[in-house]
Design a binder for this molecule. Structure first.
Ligand code: NAD
Ligand code: TYD
Length: 354
């Protein structure tokens, strides 16, 4: 193997955000060797990475972060300079139906990874980085006003957010207790290509295309702050390379939307792209039973990231939504492949009782 400047482990690199991050790192930093570790759960898709799979600075390893023996072997085989940790169970609705998978991967898996780094790096932490990618959902829910800041107290309310909050606390504990050089970011809702079609935007694109009902939870007035996935990836790159060790950054789009307004905008875009009469997709909107413990509003204050590292979101939301719709309409094979089999049974189970 050629001499690379650094070897970086990215976990969860076959998932939605991981796919974008792996491609970004492999292309932008040919001097880095990128190892992508992923269990390839329902949410991981190696085909996403076909275009960089043959790159000399990239290698994929299939494995489970819950398996500490496997991690020990991996850290013996490679000398990692840094870890970008994204592997997680990530869907709130699945966490309500099946919390234990979230406890295993998000909490135990993260501790296993922290231990693997601590053991491998014990003689020398200098120039090492453990970067933990987390979510704004750890802060709980907001009323009509206010924003999540880095100092907002944690108040997670779903098994997903509670498991991510636990992992954040453990990452900070390893910083304070053992001096492990960690960085953390908490990001708002991402959107863009390669997102698994059980999350709001790709699910609704898929359903509109198929003329299927659009299941809006509760009154539809829940609010999320949406960020173009590649803007998240740029922020991760900046924080990894430039933030001080021990720091936390919030990442968000300054882009709050009530679900129902977002859905209507998406319907209009889809009508135009599919050359359907204006207003036809909106007729698919169907109000269904609310999600249990549904957080009312998330909104991120990303000022610290802007001020410290000069980051800001690159895309207006409508432009990003158009690009997302275009991608899903041009990549119908991708959607069809992952919406067969296991996806069908998930979908039937999730929406049948509503
Ligand atoms: P995703 O569900 O699309 O991908 C997760 C990936 O992790 C998959 O490829 C899966 O196969 C892999 N994985 C799951 N369990 C594993 C295990 N035990 N061992 C190894 N690999 C495993 O998730 P995503 O949306 O890409 O999110 C990535 C990270 O970013 C997560 O940590 C999530 O909490 C965080 N995040 C996501 C968002 C968002 O809007 N999607 C926002 C903020 C933070
Ligand atoms: P989601 O994409 O699951 O992300 P998160 O729960 O992490 O915010 O959901 C985004 C919002 O859309 C959330 O308020 C729940 C709502 N939602 C629906 O109304 N219907 C659906 O079928 C889904 C999947 C989500």
């Amino acid at each position: 193997m050629k001499n690379f400047e650094k070897t970086i482990l990215i976990t969860g690199g076959a998932g939605f955000i991981g796919t974008h991050l792996v491609k970004h790192m492999v292309r932008k930093y040919p001097q880095y060797f990128i190892v992508n570790l992923d269990k390839l759960t329902y949410a991981g898709n190696l085909q996403n990475l076909d275009d960089i799979a043959g790159s000399p600075n990239y290698h994929f390893v299939k494995g489970d972060i819950v398996d500490s023996n496997f991690l020990h072997q991996l850290f013996t085989q490679y000398t990692f300079d840094g870890v970008m940790h994204l592997a997680a169970e990530s869907h709130v609705d699945r966490s309500i139906a099946s919390p234990m998978d979230f406890i295993h991967t998000n909490i135990i898996g993260t501790v296993n990874l922290l231990n693997a780094c601590k053991n491998a790096w014990q003689d020398n932490f200098s120039d090492k980085i453990f970067y933990h990618v987390s979510t704004d959902e750890v802060y709980g829910t907001l009323g009509d006003t206010g924003l999540f800041e880095e100092t907002t107290a944690y108040d997670p309310r779903s098994p997903y957010s509670a498991s991510k909050a636990s992992s954040d606390h453990l990452v900070r504990a390893y910083f304070h207790t053992y001096g492990l050089p960690v960085k953390i970011s908490n990001c708002s809702n991402n959107y863009g290509p390669y997102q698994f079609p059980e999350k709001l935007i790709p699910l609704f694109i898929h359903n509109i295309k198929q003329n299927k009902p659009l299941p809006v939870y509760g009154d539809g007035k829940y609010t999320r702050d949406w960020l173009w996935v590649e803007d998240h990836v740029r922020a991760i790159d900046l924080i990894y390379h430039q933030a001080a060790v021990g720091k936390t950054y919030n990442i968000g789009g300054f882009n709050e939307w009530q679900n129902i307004d977002l859905i209507k905008t998406l319907c209009n875009i889809m009508d135009a792209k599919l050359q359907r009469p204006a207003g036809s997709s909106e007729q698919l909107i169907t109000y269904v039973k609310d999600r249990a413990g549904h957080d009312r509003r998330y909104a991120i204050d990303a000022t610290k990231l802007q001020k410290d590292l000069g980051w800001s979101p690159s895309l207006q939301f409508k432009e990003g939504l158009e690009k997302t719709v275009d991608w899903y309409l041009t990549n119908q094979n991708w959607l069809e492949e992952i919406t067969s089999g296991a996806y069908q049974s998930y979908y039937e189970q999730q929406y049948s009782h509503r």
